[in-house]
Ligand binder design. Structure first.
Ligand SMILES: NC(=O)c1ccc[n+]([C@@H]2O[C@H](COP(=O)([O-])OP(=O)(O)OC[C@H]3O[C@@H](n4cnc5c(N)ncnc54)[C@H](OP(=O)(O)O)[C@@H]3O)[C@@H](O)[C@H]2O)c1
Length: 291
């Protein structure tokens, strides 16, 4: 296997395990982000600088890349058109796998996914679009400090169930789609093995960490006020509104067999992820003192 895959977003929650899954298959990988990491010892992985906001970085990253894994420019104000522009420059790439999101077709255009999906489908390349559910890894990153310090997670998700998924499973599906035939023209909805409300998910994390973790449903209006106060753009606020509406409407609840079908094994459970990362949510001395 000599194919070179350019992984955009290679230091992120899905991109990092995509790099690892490809390297484990003996695939040469260009691992791209604004802050490429050089400490890796795998000679198949070449860190490379790539910035959606700096077009001078595109051509060197695309050079020789026969397949692309794209985490889109979700934080760029002009992000709608950038995936189409990149694909127009990706002359060596025969195949592209785009990270989108479950329920993308229900989201407002502010969420950008519809623009990227259209670009990929119109690119003339062999494309596969990934529709993963919410990542386990959010609990260990974006939500880690509130869970550790306050033991409470506030979201406008109502009681909607979510078949949360491990990004390592998303990555293994992506690696199959990037390196094997038979997945072109497909939209793959990638989920974990079970559908859980946020409180059920926090019960699993809390059991691993030896403490109580509580989900508090807030209204969409309250969540938006909080985001605005934290400096989020109106575009982000509209996109987030759509994402949580889909959860409340049940759109994140289905469980699919995509991980089993493409990788030959069952998706990882949240209990397994929780056991691996229990320290993240464990009570700290500072949190105890504050109680
Ligand atoms: N989180 C979820 O539960 C979830 C579920 C489904 C789909 N998604 C989708 O996944 C995508 C990623 O979201 P995430 O929050 O999970 O982020 P993430 O993958 O953890 O991180 C984003 C990655 O993109 C890179 N990046 C950011 N800005 C960049 C730029 N201007 N140019 C080049 N690279 C850049 C970052 O690296 P550097 O900072 O080093 O550049 C990082 O590697 C979004 O499109 C989101 O909608 C997320």
């Amino acid at each position: 296997m000599t194919v070179t895959v350019l992984v955009i977003g290679a230091t992120g929650k899905s991109g990092r395990p995509v790099v690892e899954a490809l390297a484990a298959r003996g695939v040469k990988v260009a691992a791209a982000s604004r802050n490429p990491e050089n400490e890796g010892s795998d000679s198949n992985v070449i860190p490379i600088r790539f910035d959606w906001a700096d077009r001078a970085t595109w051509a060197p990253a695309l050079q020789g890349a026969e397949a692309l894994y794209i985490v889109g420019p979700y934080a760029q104000p002009d992000g709608d058109a950038l995936v189409a522009d990149l694909l127009a420059e990706a002359h060596d790439a025969r195949r592209v796998v785009l990270l989108s999101v479950i329920g993308a077709e229900l989201l407002p255009t502010e969420a950008m996914m519809a623009h990227w999906e259209r670009a990929v489908r119109a690119s003339g390349k062999e494309w596969t679009i990934l529709h993963p559910n919410w990542f386990f890894q959010n609990f260990g990153t974006s939500f880690a400090s509130v869970l550790r310090d306050r033991g409470v997670l506030q979201l406008p998700a109502g009681d909607g169930a979510v078949s949360f998924v491990d990004t390592r499973d998303i990555a293994e599906v992506a690696a199959v789609a990037l390196t094997e035939d038979g997945h072109a023209g497909q939209i793959l909805t990638i989920t974990g093995p079970e559908s859980l409300t946020h409180q059920q998910a926090l019960d699993i994390l809390g059991e691993a960490a030896g403490r109580t973790l509580t989900y508090r449903a807030v209204t969409p209006q309250q969540a938006e006020e909080n985001s605005r106060a934290a400096g989020a753009s109106e575009r982000t606020i509209v996109a987030q509104r759509g994402l949580f509406q889909v959860i409340r409407d049940g759109g994140n609840a289905p469980v699919t067999d995509v991980v089993q079908r493409l990788t030959g094994r069952a998706p990882r459970s949240l209990a397994r992820y929780a056991a691996e990362h229990a320290d993240v949510w464990a009570v700290t001395a500072a949190a105890t003192a504050a109680e």
